[in-house]
Design a protein around this ligand. Structure first.
Ligand code: GDP
Ligand code: MN
Length: 324
């Protein structure tokens, strides 16, 4: 009868106007963007794509972090690109400076030497603070404490395809702890003793290494050497509680004590990747094949024709041409 049809229609309308973010099955998650004020324009382009391709439907909040105060211009011109909540945090000094056990002269000398050898970012101190911060501190920032999952974004990265589902919920519902889109090989000259230090850590803390680990993915010779394979960490969708776990915390502290963030130039990408290999099993990691993504000079463009229909990338330009 007319009444029940009426009811049916209003229910349908209600379904249609339900916004995804009003849905209680949303993950407790945020984008995290470490950036300088000077990268504002590159970041606006990135945010515009991220909103258009994903977040205007899901409305996940943004956390912007900086070692200096964000300018009013930065805040205004980022907040206005999204209807989601935006938060701006300054990094505590002790998360962006030498710990007291570091020999500063030795660190200066290492940068001078690595600069001479033309090692990428070899002479940069701020780059080292950045890598150390992304390895051991961003997930402990007060603005990040309330969240369980993060999606790392950098100024000038691009998102090529519609993302019609919620990758955070995917992680949560499938018990995934680390997700990536691009993997590649690290420059050995930036991490001469990282593997040796990690091996020592494993020897001293065998209780942290589960039997079904992923170490076979980072070594070809039964653990003697690191094969340099790593997840490219400028894109990460991952579980913050993995980074806050006792095993990851112990690993980061061990590396930090060894000093390689300053005496060498250890990147957060190999650090995260070796940690994933030590502590997680295969079911806990996820390759986001369907997320079209570029961070210069490499891109990942999904091969699947159905996904391609909603992309603006060319699969011939793909870095990872091979399906895992
Ligand atoms: P690359 O991707 O390894 O070439 O390094 P990037 O220059 O892209 O730096 C990685 C991330 O850290 C980017 O999101 C940068 O915006 C950020 N970043 C790097 N150095 C600094 C810095 O000194 N201060 C701040 N606030 N952010 C930085
Ligand atoms: Mn970058």
């Amino acid at each position: 009868n007319a009444d029940s049809v009426d009811q049916l229609i209003s229910n349908l309308e209600h379904e249609e106007i339900m916004k995804p973010w009003e849905n209680s099955t949303r993950a407790n998650a945020a984008f995290v963007i470490l950036t300088r004020n000077s990268e504002l324009d590159a970041l606006r382009k990135t945010m515009q794509q991220l909103e258009e391709r994903f977040n205007n439907k899901f409305n996940y909040p943004y956390v912007f972090l900086n070692d200096e105060e964000f300018t009013l211009e930065f805040r205004e011109l980022t907040a206005s690109l999204t209807s989601a909540k935006t938060q701006y945090g300054i990094i505590p000094r002790e998360h962006w400076s030498y710990p007291d056990w570091i020999d500063v002269d030795k660190a200066d000398e290492a940068r001078r030497r690595m600069g001479e050898q033309q090692i990428i970012y070899g002479d940069s101190l701020s780059y080292r603070h950045m890598c150390r911060f992304n390895s051991g501190f961003f997930y402990r920032h007060p603005l990040m404490e309330q969240y369980d999952y993060y999606w790392r974004v950098e100024p000038s990265v691009e998102f090529y395809c519609d993302i019609d589902y919620d990758p955070f919920l995917y992680m949560q519902e499938n018990n995934k702890k680390y997700g990536w889109t691009i993997s590649l090989l690290e420059f050995e000259s930036t991490i001469p003793t990282l593997w040796e230090t990690s091996r020592k850590f494993m020897k001293e803390h065998p209780q942290f290494i589960p039997e079904n680990n992923l170490l076979r993915f980072v070594t070809e010779d039964k653990g003697k050497t690191y094969n340099l394979c790593h997840f490219w960490s400028n894109f990460e969708i991952a579980d913050l509680n993995f980074l806050r776990s006792p095993e990851y915390s112990a690993y980061f502290d061990y590396l930090d004590q060894a000093g390689g963030f300053f005496y060498e130039r250890w990147g957060d990408a190999p650090v995260h990747s070796i940690a994933v290999a030590m502590f997680l099993n295969k079911s806990e990691v996820h390759f986001f094949d369907d997320i079209g993504y570029r961070h210069d000079p490499f891109m990942h463009c999904p091969l699947d024709r159905n996904v391609q229909k909603k992309c603006h990338c060319n699969v011939d330009d793909n870095f990872g041409k091979f399906k895992i």
